[in-house]
Ligand binder design. Structure first.
Ligand code: SF4
Length: 336
């Protein structure tokens, strides 16, 4: 049961080292209909066989160009989308096919912060009601208790108490995202899936919201799946990072290894494109040619081979599997 106080519960040392979330061979395909009888004539392979785990209290960053399937992966894990294949384990429990009341219970522990704080908040509700709604839906609380919890949450996310009586349109983009974060914390979740949470915000407020998320992670002992296309932001937020390309994870490693010794040619190209803070430092930028191929008809073999500067003959025939090539460093590439 949620308590009126927002003081986080302490976890034991052993529970901190276990996996909160495990994803095994997850696929999410969207059927493509066509013809007179609207038969399924193909599939958009938005997520195509990804596996990873997140330790309790850690942040896994998922990064890649738009359309690579990272947001679909987040939504599938939260069960907003139905997985086509694979399994999702939350706290050791297989939640892949849960539905109805069971799924509703699980959703208390898994919340999402969406990209667009303009679209994700109900313009007809006062901020206090927006934040209180999930608590009201799950727990019987008196009006005064609900108000106290919401006031505490507003304080935690750095908003004044009079925000309670205002509407979302009265706030700036950064403040709206703070409201969305407060709502995501209302049920005291264990996992937060943050899908591009700052990409709709001005650069000047991005770091404030990111630092707020980091502070709240410490205070509420949260685990994050942090989805973004900006590698600098993912680096700032994550412990481990998975690089996605065309529905696949092509590299998965600790942040320091991924940024200092990227192995996959796609990761190397992405990292070479990060601007250096020192303009005197010369970087060898790897320019990728061509666009991401369509996930309806992905290339044979390695999905990256049409754009890969290191492609070999085998690359267009056999698909490389993600495998560990160094301690805790996995890569899907025939070079290794
Ligand atoms: Fe490039 Fe081949 Fe490695 Fe794919 S498998 S990334 S095409 S070298």
């Amino acid at each position: 049961m949620i308590t009126a106080s927002l003081t986080p519960k302490k976890q034991s040392a052993s529970s901190k080292s276990e996996n909160l979330l495990e994803v095994h061979n997850l696929k999410t395909y969207y059927p493509v209909k066509g013809g007179f009888f609207r038969r399924t004539i193909g599939n958009v392979k938005a997520v195509d066989n990804i596996s990873f785990e997140i330790k309790r209290g850690d942040t896994l960053g998922l990064v890649g160009e738009s359309g690579c399937g990272k947001s679909t992966a987040g939504r599938t894990i939260l069960r907003l989308l139905t997985p086509t294949e694979g399994e999702i384990f939350f706290e050791g429990k297989n939640i892949t096919r849960q539905s109805g009341r069971n799924l509703r219970e699980i959703r208390k522990d898994m919340q999402m912060v969406f990209q667009d704080p303009y679209a994700s908040l109900n313009p007809m509700q006062m901020v206090g009601d927006i934040i209180a709604e999930p608590i009201y839906n799950f727990y019987k609380r008196s009006k005064s208790e609900l108000k106290q919890i919401v006031m505490d949450l507003l304080d935690k996310v750095g908003l004044p108490s009079d925000a309670y009586y205002k509407y979302a349109h009265e706030f700036s983009g950064g403040q709206r995202q703070r409201i969305a974060i407060a709502r995501s914390l209302a049920l005291r979740p264990k996992l937060i899936i943050a899908d591009e949470p700052v990409s709709a915000l001005d650069v000047s407020v991005q770091s404030q919201v990111l630092n707020l998320l980091k502070d709240l992670q410490q205070e509420f002992e949260l685990t994050f799946l942090f989805i973004a296309h900006d590698l600098s932001i993912v680096k700032h937020m994550s412990d481990r990072i998975g690089v996605m390309y065309l529905g696949n994870i092509v590299e998965l490693a600790d942040k320091s290894n991924l940024y200092t010794k990227p192995l996959h040619p796609y990761t190397q190209a992405l990292i070479s494109a990060i601007p250096s803070p020192d303009p005197r430092m010369k970087k060898n930028r790897i320019i990728l040619t061509g666009d991401i191929p369509s996930p309806i008809n992905p290339p044979s073999g390695c999905p990256f081979h049409p754009r890969c500067p290191a492609a070999m003959e085998d690359c267009s025939i056999n698909k490389p599997v993600l495998k560990e090539v160094k301690a805790s460093h996995l890569v899907a590439c025939h070079l290794y």
